[in-house]
Design a protein around this ligand. Structure first.
Ligand code: FES
Length: 105
């Protein structure tokens, strides 16, 4: 499934992320800027914060309490905020767009 990443400099990058990997994996493996992912995906750093486009919010799993708590440490949080390491890609995510705030890290 193709995921579009809008990174802090405003450019868009389309990445084919394999099913089962996270949105964070897709960014890190392609060296995209913005998603720092300091903790390596164990839901404990909040440097992988992204805003998910509204029409794709339901394509990813529900937010957990743990993720919600951690998002309090991120900046530029909005109701579309998620931690990208917790966004597991499925076939239904094809075409999803995430925006990386430049406050990560
Ligand atoms: Fe650390 Fe997602 S990579 S919380």
């Amino acid at each position: 499934p193709e995921i579009t990443y809008v990174v802090p400099d405003g450019t868009s990058h389309v990445v084919d992320v394999p099913v089962g990997q996270s949105v964070m994996d897709g960014s890190v493996r392609n060296n995209l800027p913005g998603i720092v992912a300091e903790c390596g995906g164990s839901c404990s750093c909040a440097t992988c914060h992204v805003h998910v486009d509204e029409q794709f919010a339901a394509s990813f799993g529900e937010i957990t309490d743990e993720e919600r708590d951690l998002l309090e440490y991120a900046e530029d949080v909005c109701d579309r905020s998620r931690l990208s390491c917790q966004l597991v890609v499925t076939a239904g995510c094809d075409g999803a767009r995430v925006t990386v705030p430049d406050s990560n890290g």
